[in-house]
Design a protein around this ligand. Structure first.
Ligand code: GAP
Length: 502
């Protein structure tokens, strides 16, 4: 992960926001290559989700909406995470990411006793860390007997009498407050007044835009159930613990779609359909099947209106984590907005001559999170043999041609041979009309290939003496992954790009 973050910075994919002022935790900027990669992922999603389907339309709604939207949706009352403060260090933790365990020792005569408590922050190694801390505590207190294996719980599961005994990860002493709900919406004020009447929120999800505009789309869009409304755009959450680079940030971009179905339709069939669709789409932009899995939310932890939620999980370097949530939300959201606004959110059923509120399946994903997933899956360091037969390490991003920031690098073999440069520049100009391409004439050809490998360019085209001296106007096409080289004509190159970049 560290090498990846360093590559992302070094090659202009992602920078910390406001870096010259020390950065701002949970905010990031995308550099020249990052913005291309992000745009390509967004465009692939938009093309496949909206343009190439007859049953999904797109919209773009405002980031700041009427504050009543967030009251009706339940966000004002309930969009919170449990927050714990360390009274001494002033560190803040999410209670469900702060783990603890009682340290239990059994004496020679078989009596098990709790001799203290240990804590650790959520990670791949939480249990090991708690066990090590328990052993250390037993040693420090010189307690005789057999130490039991720790059974970790998160801080939301601590009983009131245990809260005052669990040590803060920062101080090692029991300095933690009881958890309290922390609303994650960013507040702002609209207009000149800064009082309660002008309070508004930066949206914490794009989904509500689709619900609030549902009737507008139905009345103007010639849509028929089942159909979807999709949008991409920024969302904002004042996360207690932004972490893992761009995995959880405070400003991020979502790509969400609300798929409306008849109240009598088989929601489970559509739910499964969209889970499969999302997995296939992730594979189409290069994520390996082996890194994907599904997690079904426990029935008892679902909101009362939810029929089921399945997350597509991804194997990140820091553990298996949620990538894409697919929720079957019944008709809760439209029903809430109908009740709060007094405007019915119904559809007329020609068959039964009755009105009803459609149900919805919601695939919701974070663009930045997919960006991180594709970078981590694509990143490789491998030993290769250079043109002179010497072993060397190369860093390569095996990005799918669909999303690679640069599709082709055009390289004249020598920069001081006018005919080579002229042919290369002509090709560059031609390809540039349709694709992001890169012209590079600086340095040895092997080094130029490596530079492109590092940023994930799938193909390099070298304009060499055979191009200008032999018949056929062919170039050397070098493939990033296999490093194999072959000769192609311009027409063959265009056909390859047309087939692979879609
Ligand atoms: N409308 C439903 C909704 O927003 P969510 O599970 O809270 O559901 C959907 O968010 C997706 O948005 C997540 O699966 C994740 O990919 C992304 N996401 C959520 N919070 C994020 C954050 N703080 N930083 C980056 N991505 C985030």
């Amino acid at each position: 992960m560290e090498s990846l973050v360093s590559l992302a910075k070094r090659r202009g994919f992602v920078f910390p926001s406001s870096e010259i002022y020390g950065g701002l935790n949970g905010f990031f900027d995308y550099g020249p290559l990052g913005v291309e990669l992000k745009k390509n992922i967004r465009d692939c999603w938009w093309n496949d989700m909206v343009r190439r389907r007859d049953d999904v339309v797109g919209i773009e709604t405002s980031i700041i909406m009427h504050p009543k939207v967030w009251e009706a949706s339940g966000h004002v009352a309930g969009f919170s995470d449990p927050l714990v403060d360390c009274k001494v260090s002033k560190n803040r933790y999410r209670a469900d990411q702060l783990f603890w365990a009682p340290v239990v020792v059994t004496s020679a005569d078989g009596v098990a006793q709790t001799v203290g408590y240990v804590s650790a922050l959520e990670s791949e190694r939480t249990t090991e860390e708690l066990q090590a801390a328990a052993e250390q505590l037993k040693r420090k207190k010189a307690i005789q007997g057999t130490l039991a294996a720790v059974s970790p719980k998160d801080f939301t599961e601590a009983k009131p009498e245990e809260i005052g005994l669990i040590p803060s990860p920062a101080t090692g002493n029991p300095d933690l407050t009881p958890p309290r709900a922390f609303n994650m919406m960013f507040q702002t004020n609209v207009g000149a007044m800064t009082d309660a009447s002008s309070v508004a929120y930066l949206r914490p999800e794009t989904a509500q835009g689709m619900f609030v505009d549902f009737k507008n789309v139905v009345d103007t869009g010639r849509v028929k159930l089942p159909f979807g409304i999709a949008q991409t755009g920024k969302s904002f959450r004042n996360e207690i613990t932004p972490r893992n680079f761009i995995f959880r940030s405070r400003e991020f971009e979502q790509m969400e779609m609300e798929f409306f179905i008849h109240e009598d339709d088989d929601w489970a069939k559509w739910h499964r359909y969209w889970i499969e669709w999302c997995k296939d789409w992730l594979k189409s932009i290069g994520l390996p099947d082996s890194h994907l899995s599904e997690y079904d939310h426990l029935k008892e932890k679902l909101a009362f209106y939810s029929k089921g939620t399945t997350d597509i999980m991804f194997k990140f370097p820091f553990g298996v984590q949620e990538l894409w949530g697919i929720a079957a939300r019944g008709n809760y959201d439209l029903g809430q907005h109908a009740a709060a606004s007094g405007k019915p959110q119904e559809i007329f059923d020609e068959a039964t001559k009755k009105k009803f509120v459609p149900h919805v399946i919601e695939p919701a994903v974070g663009l930045d999170r997919i960006f991180l997933a594709v970078l981590t899956a694509a990143y490789a360091e491998e030993q290769v043999v250079d043109e002179k037969g010497n072993a060397e390490m190369r860093t390569v991003l095996r990005l799918s041609p669909r999303i690679a920031p640069v599709k082709v690098a055009i390289l004249p073999l020598l920069k001081n041979k006018e005919a080579l440069v002229a042919r290369a520049q002509a090709l560059h100009k031609k390809l540039q009309r349709r694709y992001a391409v890169f012209y590079d004439e600086a340095g040895a050809i092997g080094r130029r290939y490596r530079r492109q490998d590092e940023i994930g360019t799938p193909w390099c085209v070298t304009i060499d003496f055979d191009t200008i001296e032999k018949e056929g106007d062919t170039f050397t096409l070098r493939e990033r992954d296999s490093m194999a080289q072959r000769r192609v004509t311009e027409a063959e190159l265009l056909a390859l790009l047309d087939e692979q970049v879609y």
